[in-house]
Design a protein around this ligand. Structure first.
Ligand SMILES: [Zn+2]
Length: 157
């Protein structure tokens, strides 16, 4: 069994043999990196989807354009990449990275490891509240939720 580390969330998850995860790190140009990945995988197959394309977060006083994650399927293998822009302050950087890691966990079918980690660090009542919240919300809220959890875990909020 191979294990991968979600560095911003601070959790390690097992991966099935047909699943591959890569944290490509900070990139200067999101679109350029995206093109590099498409070229990389095109040799064997057409990428089956860009999941949800560019991930962006627009809020009243905050307008960030960041990250990307892709799922490529080649011979029934799934490859999930995350990458993101660099931000100067740590909380923003952790927020963005853990947001994208949460997307990756969902795509890899490993969200339960996030909840297991929450159980270690929170009381059961707040974990249940969180799960109920997530059931009712969209993918972006889910990813934000993971990001807020990562900040809380570090005592940053
Ligand atoms: Zn997102």
């Amino acid at each position: 069994m191979k294990w991968v580390r979600m560095k911003a969330l601070g959790i390690t998850v097992p991966l099935g043999k047909n699943k591959f995860y890569s944290d490509d790190g900070h990139v200067d140009d999101l679109k350029k990196h995206n093109e590099i990945l498409i070229k990389k995988y095109k040799g064997n197959s057409i990428p089956t989807g860009d999941a949800f394309g560019q991930c962006y977060l627009a809020k009243e006083n905050l307008n960030l354009y960041f990250n990307n994650r892709k799922i490529f399927s080649i011979n029934l293998r799934n490859y999930v990449h995350i990458y993101y822009s660099k931000f100067q302050d740590d909380p923003t950087d952790i927020f963005i990275r853990s947001h994208e890691e949460t997307h990756a966990l969902e795509k890899l079918g490993k969200l339960k490891y996030l909840f297991l980690d929450m159980l270690k660090n929170s009381d059961i009542g707040s974990v249940i509240d969180s799960i109920l919240f997530l059931i009712k919300n969209e993918e972006e809220e889910l990813a934000d939720f993971g990001a807020v959890y990562a900040l809380r875990k570090r005592g940053l909020i």
